[in-house]
Each structure stands twice: as structure tokens, then as C-alpha cells.
Design a protein around this ligand. Structure first.
Ligand SMILES: NC(=O)c1ccc[n+]([C@@H]2O[C@H](COP(=O)([O-])OP(=O)(O)OC[C@H]3O[C@@H](n4cnc5c(N)ncnc54)[C@H](O)[C@@H]3O)[C@@H](O)[C@H]2O)c1
Length: 358
């Protein structure tokens, strides 16, 4: 396909803004032909922010899917809507880009993949960490032998709590911090090891009254998992909503000849001090006064820009995304998150039966 990729953007809030920014940087390759959000004002504001014109605004997802002629539906809606919207979009003959998690339940994620196969369409799973330039540079250095043989990975995404009302209940979110934030480190290490995980064990705070801070949240506000891979590499993955002061996205790689440390959020080239406060520093920063490190291009650093550019390129070539960004990778991440919850709930170490581990 040599013409521009036509996108129906589903959602017009936080995640949709991240994707809209990425599309706005590749106007020669992609165009937003429709935007849908039940809050129509958000649709108009989003389009205005990025100077999108010639798009059709919708407030009803079914009407948008019915009336829009596009190549791909980009799903930036709350987690519980991902599966139903993805399946409808695929059945209409559109490709799908889907924000994390692919679905709240494993069986729904399986249905998405089955529908895509039946319809001969692609599912692109938007795990932004795989688009992160710093993480990709780290992987390149590891690939070239810079830290010897990779032995151990420690990765986490943590902040003080989601802005979204849909993150508060299991029904809408699918879980707590591990589902909402931990899916990034989980998806990233699974991609690195081609989904060949062997066993895992986990602990979580447990939700509601058992939580460390968020007593009204059904899902857990603290969680950690240990994963061993088939090649012997181990990983410690963490996600929590008890981290004040801004979002921490930290990834450490340890090899037998060296190590690499990646800080996606607080490693800006800028460092400053402000008495009135800067207008913005980093995601979920609660204060911008005093000393801080304002991000230079946060969306680029976190991978959204490259991830969307990769998907547009794949759609033009009608090919799958790279490992970690395919629908089946989204399915594996949801499976692993639910096994992390099972391990924590039942106090058991879980082996990957799909690998034949007993
Ligand atoms: N990759 C990332 O780093 C990242 C960051 C934030 C959010 N996300 C994901 O993106 C998705 C959206 O998150 P968000 O933070 O933008 O959520 P949000 O709650 O801020 O916004 C959701 C939007 O969907 C709209 N909506 C809800 N139900 C609808 C319906 N039935 N029809 C049409 N519109 C409807 C709401 O009006 C709202 O504008 C979630 O799945 C979340 O996990 C990913």
C-alpha cells in the first residue's frame, strides 16, 4: 500500500492523546479519518490539539465502526472494552491496534486472536516499551556482547495511582497494579525471551483493605513477580501504585561481563529548579517545584512514537509487527499476568505447561 494508512481512533483521552501525538509526527504516512469517544467534547479537543482536520467525530463506537472506511481501528478505550471493540473491528475487515492489556480475560484475548486469524487481519499490540529508543539501544548493546551473557533482569513500572476511573475495579481493569502497570515489564521481558518463560512465582498486596495505600481499589496496589526463562535467565518484575513523585520506569540488565541501567522517566538531559513550579516535568509528578528533571520528549522516550510508526509501516506492508508487538504477544502477557495473580492468591510456584515444564 503506498497511500496513507487510514485510522479510526477509538478513545479521545489519555492514551488516545499519546497515539494522536505519534500520528501527528507521521502525517505523510497516516491520517486520522474518524475519532470516537462517548465524550464528544474530548474528540473535538483532541483533534484541535493536533490540528487534525477532515476527520469525522463520533460518540458511538458501533456507529463509528459501521460508517467509517479505514485500514485500522486503534483502540485506546478502557480495558474492559478492548475485546468487544477489537472483535467487531476485525469482523468489519479492519486491522486492529490495541492498547495494553489486549483484554481483561485470557479467553477474550484468545477470541481476538482467533477472529483475526479467521478474518485474515492483523492485531498490533501497543506495548510502548518495545518502541523505547533507550531500551532498544540497551538490547543492541547486549546483542553485541557488551555485558557478556545476560543473566538477570530487574524491571518495574510504578506510580501513585491511575487517573482513570476504569482502573479502580477488577471488572473494568482486569486486575490491579500488575495488570495496569506491570504488563509493561512483563510484556518486555517476554518479548526479549520470545515468550519462552519456564516458571514464575508472585506476591501481591491483595486488593481493597489489604492494600498498602489504596484501600478502595479492588485490584492490588503492590505486586512483584519472579520469572525464570528456559535459557536460565531470571527476572524480577514489579508494579505498584505506592510510588510518590512521578512514574518510575526502571530496567536493569545484568550480564556476566557487565550491566546496563535504563531510566525511562527521570533521566532527562534537563535539570532545573523552580519556585513557582514548571508546567510539566514527568508523568504523574505530583509536584514540579524545587529541583526536577523535566522530560525533553517523554512520548518519544517511552516508545509511543516509534511503536505507532512501526505499526503504520507494517500495515502498509501488510505484515506482522516485531516480536512483543503482535497480538499473540499481547495474549501471552495477559496469560502471564493472570498466572502471577494465581501464584500470589494460592501461594504456588507455577510452571509453563505450554513449554512442557512439569
Ligand atoms: N501504554 C501506556 O503507557 C498506556 C498509558 C495509559 C493508558 N493506557 C491504556 O489505554 C487505554 C485507555 O486509557 P486512558 O488512560 O486513556 O483511559 P481514560 O479512562 O482516561 O479514557 C477512556 C476514554 O474512553 C471513553 N469511553 C469509555 N467508554 C466508552 C464507550 N463505550 N464508547 C466510547 N468511548 C468510551 C471515555 O469517555 C474516555 O474518554 C486503557 O486500556 C489503558 O490501559 C496505556
Amino acid at each position: 500500500m503506498s497511500r496513507k494508512v487510514k485510522v479510526l481512533l477509538a478513545g479521545a483521552a489519555f492514551a488516545a492523546d499519546l497515539h494522536a501525538d505519534a500520528y501527528s509526527r507521521i502525517r505523510d504516512k497516516a491520517e486520522i479519518v474518524a475519532i470516537v469517544d462517548k465524550n464528544i467534547e474530548r474528540v473535538k479537543e483532541l483533534a484541535l490539539r493536533y490540528g487534525f482536520t477532515g476527520y469525522v467525530p463520533y460518540s458511538d463506537i458501533d456507529e463509528a465502526l459501521e460508517k467509517t472506511e479505514c485500514d485500522v481501528v486503534d483502540i485506546c478505550l478502557p480495558n474492559f472494552l478492548h475485546a468487544s471493540v477489537a472483535i467487531k473491528a476485525l469482523e468489519k475487515g479492519f486491522h486492529v491496534i490495541c492498547e495494553k492489556p489486549l483484554a481483561t480475560k485470557v479467553e477474550d484475548a484468545v477470541k481476538i486472536i482467533e477472529t483475526a486469524e479467521r478474518m485474515g487481519k492483523k492485531v498490533y499490540y501497543a506495548e510502548d516499551w518495545l518502541g523505547s529508543p533507550a531500551l532498544n539501544k540497551a538490547l543492541e548493546l547486549i546483542e553485541k556482547g557488551g555485558i557478556g551473557e545476560l543473566k538477570f533482569i530487574r524491571a518495574r513500572e510504578c506510580h501513585s495511582g491511575s487517573h482513570s476511573p476504569f482502573a479502580q475495579t477488577i471488572e473494568y481493569c482486569g486486575g490491579g497494579a500488575m495488570m495496569h502497570l506491570g504488563i509493561h515489564p512483563v510484556g518486555f521481558v517476554l518479548a526479549l525471551k520470545n515468550n519462552r518463560w519456564e516458571s514464575l512465582t508472585a506476591l501481591t498486596s491483595g486488593g481493597l483493605e489489604k492494600n498498602l495505600m489504596h484501600k478502595g481499589m479492588e485490584g492490588e496496589d503492590w505486586s512483584a513477580a519472579l520469572i525464570r526463562f528456559e535459557d536460565g535467565t531470571t527476572a524480577v518484575l514489579e508494579a505498584n501504585f505506592v510510588t510518590r513523585g512521578g512514574m518510575e520506569d526502571y530496567i536493569d540488565f545484568y550480564g556476566d561481563q557487565g550491566c546496563l541501567h535504563v531510566d525511562l522517566t527521570f533521566s532527562s538531559a534537563l535539570r532545573g529548579f523552580s519556585i513557582p513550579g514548571f508546567d510539566y516535568t514527568v508523568e504523574k509528578a505530583e509536584l514540579t517545584t524545587g529541583w526536577s528533571r523535566p522530560a525533553v520528549d517523554e512520548r518519544y522516550n517511552l516508545g509511543y512514537v516509534s511503536e505507532i510508526a512501526h505499526f503504520v509501516d507494517c500495515i502498509q506492508k501488510n505484515c506482522d509487527a516485531k516480536v512483543g508487538l503482535r497480538g499473540i504477544d499481547g495474549l501471552e502477557a495477559v496469560k502471564v499476568i493472570h498466572l502471577i495473580y494465581k501464584s500470589a492468591r494460592e501461594g504456588i510456584h507455577i510452571k509453563n505447561e505450554a513449554l512442557g515444564v512439569r
